[in-house]
Design a protein around this ligand. Structure first.
Ligand code: SF4
Length: 357
């Protein structure tokens, strides 16, 4: 099914915004009125994984606050250059899960198609920050081996588009890809893992919504968002467009020190997501990737936060705390039953959410 044509301005706006993303640390520091003393570290730490952040996302950051939780996710810091033991370039062993160029299978019944190495934003904690994107993707025109593998394996019923961010393919490329996947009779669901509706909301075009809505594959969009302040007006409108197209919306987050390591912040995020029609799904422990150690929390701290979060929200808004572990047949739940319980907090939601976020 080919996407309907759209007015050129709507279809191309997101490409223009993507092209105008901030890549120079000095520009980011100046816009945010931050001390240029951070510049040398930002330049050194961004050499292997460069700075990239859309201007609309920067507009959601506080000025003059080097600890702003949105800034923290994108600003390269000297800490990235120090790896404690246990941190490595491929922390969940994805290289062993490759079935064809750009096709990974980690779990029974579903497979991941990495359709691009590009992202709209570079998240400093990303577990794929060392991925060889040029070689390892099933980009348009290079996906035939992956599609052939999927067609040969009737045990796979769900295909997950990932990357990079799959929504950086343009509407015609997505329509062609979805058409090829629809032609595989044993595929039932089409899942997209994406941060784009949050960080580049103009990408959610009518054409994209139409392609997904019209597919015979049942579409599921899994958002990646880590903080309620990421859900500005534009992102909320983008999620509304996806919902209005009848797509199921789930959300996953990474538990990040200095960003969302606080039950009140996570409660705000779940509430905001549900208002937008998205259900919180997973809260991931950080994958121990080289360069990401400064975001890491240990499991005891994570369990304390989860325990507090459960006191703030109805059960259906509490995401499952999990860790991905190489070779395991499913994401491993971090079980609250193992928590040596601290005294239950009797603070009210208002008390827990009143501090500056
Ligand atoms: S793949 Fe996702 S987490 Fe990694 S840099 Fe891209 S948007 Fe961020």
């Amino acid at each position: 099914m080919i996407a309907r044509s759209e007015p050129g301005c709507q279809a191309d706006l997101w490409k223009r915004e993507l092209g105008m993303g901030i890549t120079r640390p000095e520009e980011l520091l100046d816009i945010l009125e931050l001390d240029r003393g951070l510049l040398a570290a930002a330049k050194a730490a961004s050499k292997g994984f460069h700075l990239l952040v859309p201007r609309g996302y920067v507009a959601l950051m506080a000025r003059s606050d080097p600890k702003d939780p949105l800034l923290r996710q994108v600003l390269p810091l000297m800490e990235e250059l120090r790896d404690p033991p246990g941190f490595c370039p491929d922390p969940v062993g994805e290289r062993k899960a490759v079935r064809a160029p750009g096709l990974l299978q980690k779990y029974r019944g579903r497979a991941l198609l990495l359709v691009t190495g590009a992202c709209a934003i570079h998240c400093r904690y990303c577990f794929r920050r060392h991925f060889r994107h040029g070689d390892d993707c099933a980009r348009p025109g290079r996906a035939s081996a992956a599609i052939a593998h999927l067609a040969r394996d009737p045990s796979i019923s769900e295909i997950i588009l990932s990357g990079g961010d799959p929504l950086l393919l343009d509407d015609p490329a997505i329509a062609v890809l979805v058409g090829k996947l629809e032609a595989i009779p044993h595929l039932r669901r089409l899942r997209l893992h994406t941060r784009v509706p949050i960080v580049l909301p103009s990408r959610i075009t009518d054409g994209l919504c139409h392609t997904l809505k019209a597919s015979r594959l049942q579409p599921v969009v899994v958002l990646h968002t880590n903080h309620a302040r990421e859900l500005g007006v534009a992102a909320r409108n983008a999620l509304r467009r996806l919902r209005n197209a009848g797509l199921a919306l789930l959300s996953q987050s990474v538990l990040l020190r200095g960003v969302n390591d606080d039950a009140g912040r996570l409660a705000d995020l779940s509430e905001a997501l549900f208002q937008c029609g998205a259900l919180p799904y997973y809260l991931h422990m950080l994958d121990r990737v080289s360069g990401g150690a400064d975001f890491n929390l240990d499991e005891a701290a994570a369990l304390q936060i989860l325990d507090q979060l459960r006191t703030l929200l109805p059960g259906y808004l509490v995401p499952r705390l999990v860790r991905e572990a190489e070779g395991r047949p499913y994401k491993v739940p971090i079980d609250g039953a193992t928590l040596k319980r601290a005294p239950v907090s009797h603070r009210t939601y208002g008390e827990m959410t009143s501090k500056n976020r």
